[in-house]
Design a protein around this ligand. Sequence first.
Ligand code: URA
Length: 211
Amino acid sequence: MSRKKELLSLMNIDVSWLNDDVIGKNIFCFEDLKLDADNCQKCILAKTRNKVVFGKGNNNSKILIIGEAPGKEEDLTAEPFVGRAGKLLTEILLSIKLTRDDVYITNTVKCRPPENRNPSNEEIKSCASYLDQQIELISPKVIILLGKVAAERILNSSEPMASLRQKIHSYKNTNIPTLVFYHPAYLLRSPNEKRKVWEDLIFMRENINVS
Ligand code: URA
């Protein structure tokens, strides 16, 4: 029995109708993974979190956006990027005629680090299998990394943001083009840098075919 069926059975939910003909394999596995993450106790963030913020949006999207970690509002709502930085991200997407339902948004770690500190290497490592499997299941045409923490996690590079953006990287040994954008929270703190996000969107439009 799959992990998902096992968990649903433990909750006394009838699983006899669940089979791969009823639910596509991709969605089935994605839901399995979410259930696993929702019950995760792999690192100390499990002790202080309110809700696991697995990710949200279209899990068949061609565009996957990866941020750093849930903040206070995300921890309360279980949704990524719902605070001020999230509102700016929504506006950035709307400027290229995308809604949040057109993309999939997640973070390097799925639980809020206390006081919004950066997630530790150990926490990022504990959460790695969730993010790796999300990328595999979504199989996007482009990955957008928001900020340095996401860039370091995915590209394994500690180069400064200024030299990572405006370049096409690739995710592990795949051909998935991967771009680095400034984090919306940084843009809120440094409004003069906001125009750089427009340069990055133009760079994406000119270099990546997501159709
Ligand atoms: N909210 C998130 O979900 N992630 C971030 O990186 C910042 C705010």
